[in-house]
Write a protein that binds this ligand. Structure first.
Ligand code: PSV
Ligand code: MN
Length: 381
């Protein structure tokens, strides 16, 4: 039963995790890094090949701009994966210095909106059903712009995108506490995202990026609440020690990841409707193994959350048995689920240890030798 649920799990990897990345201080180039979206998808296919649960890869536009998205989708299918969420990018153009969809200048707003609509066109071409919207919009100084007017402009753009969505398509609105804006961020928290999505309707949902909260925020509460309201669209998984560190999910706080998955399962969110996406950068560790490890971390947290004896928990809760209830949860968390997952992989025809299997596959040696010349993908810094 637990194995069946784990076998059906779907974790999406991001195209940008395969490219070079860094901090604002330095991007360290690595060997074998993809030069174009086709090579990024080839790397994503390796993550699926060894884990069996990562069948889609998210695109970020314009980082993954190609002349034919239908051709890119075909390439993905040939490698056994599909195109997942389309991520918009209205944060890397000089015009967006003061914002994109909330910019005081209507011409800049129109340009940003045109990009968002172009992303929906790409969804049509690739067959993707999910648009992910994150806005870096905000202000750095009190008085710089009108907070309420910016909300009006945001609502106007979101409504235009919403109207453009076709049958079976949706958008996920992402929030982030701060950065790059340091004073006001226009979508800083789940409440703001939720309110905008609520007004629009069922095709607008909130996406929780686990790195986008103030330290100490109870993310599992947000997850439980959004699920209860039918507004949890998915996750951008990663982990953090300080701010939006984009480290491997489950690396900084595996217990938090378990608590999140526990709420997802309890709230009925362990379905295809919830997108379990990774949003990470591998600045110093190798990228494909970094993604494989991350997928495994999500699987482990999920397996532990599935192991919780819900009947025993409900009984303890009914009786007001504080320590008993807590023990039920901790028993599951403290279970070593690695043997169970190894067994499942073997049943799926995979190697029990994806990290070792990838290391022994020769793929890295091949891309390191083949991918010489050209421009390595990355967002620069
Ligand atoms: C912003 O920090 C974010 O989490 C958004 O999802 C972006 O699209 C992504 O990172 C990629 O940089
Ligand atoms: Mn994100």
């Amino acid at each position: 039963m637990i194995k069946d649920l784990l076998r059906k799990q779907r974790i999406e990897t991001p195209s940008w995790a395969y490219g070079n990345s860094g901090t604002r201080f330095k991007v360290f180039a690595q060997q074998g890094v993809p030069r174009d979206p086709y090579e990024k998808i080839a790397d994503a296919a390796q993550v699926h090949r060894f884990t069996g649960v990562a069948p889609t890869v998210a695109l970020h536009i314009p980082w993954d701009k190609v002349s034919s998205y239908a051709d890119l989708a075909r390439h993905a299918a040939e490698l056994g994966v599909g195109i997942g969420a389309i991520n918009s990018n209205v944060f890397q153009d000089d015009d967006y210095k003061l914002g994109s969809v909330t910019h005081p200048d209507p011409a800049v707003r129109a340009k940003a909106l045109a990009h968002l609509l172009e992303c929906v066109d790409i969804m049509d071409e690739t067959g993707s059903d999910t648009l992910k919207l994150w806005f870096s919009d905000g202000t750095n100084y009190p008085g710089q712009d009108d907070i309420r007017a910016r909300q009006d402009r945001l609502a106007e753009a979101l409504s235009a995108v919403y109207e453009r969505l076709g049958e079976g398509q949706r958008f996920l609105l992402e929030y982030k506490l701060f950065e790059p804006a340091f004073y006001v961020t226009d979508v800083p928290d789940w409440g703001t995202a939720y309110a905008h999505c609520m007004r629009l309707g069922p095709k607008a949902e909130v996406v929780v990026d686990t790195g986008h909260h103030a330290p100490g925020t109870n993310i599992e509460f947000i997850v439980a609440f959004l699920l209860r309201e039918g507004k949890l669209g998915g996750f951008d998984f990663n982990s953090r020690f300080y701010a939006d560190d984009d480290l491997m999910v489950g690396a900084a706080d595996p217990f938090q990841l378990f608590r999140i998955m526990f709420e997802v399962i309890g709230g009925g969110g362990y379905t295809e409707r919830t997108a379990f996406m990774l949003d990470q950068c591998h600045n110093i560790e190798p990228k494909i193994p970094g993604q494989i490890r991350s997928v495994m971390n999500v699987q482990e947290a999920t397996a532990k959350a599935l192991l919780v004896d819900r009947d025993a928990l409900a009984a303890a809760q009914r009786e007001g048995d504080v320590l008993g209830a807590n023990a039920v949860l901790m028993d599951a968390y403290n279970t070593d689920v690695r043997p169970l997952l190894a067994e499942l992989r073997e049943e799926m025809g995979l190697a029990p240890d994806p990290m070792a299997a990838y290391a022994g596959s020769g793929y890295f040696e091949k891309i390191a030798a083949d991918r010489v010349g050209g421009n390595q993908a990355g967002w620069g810094a």
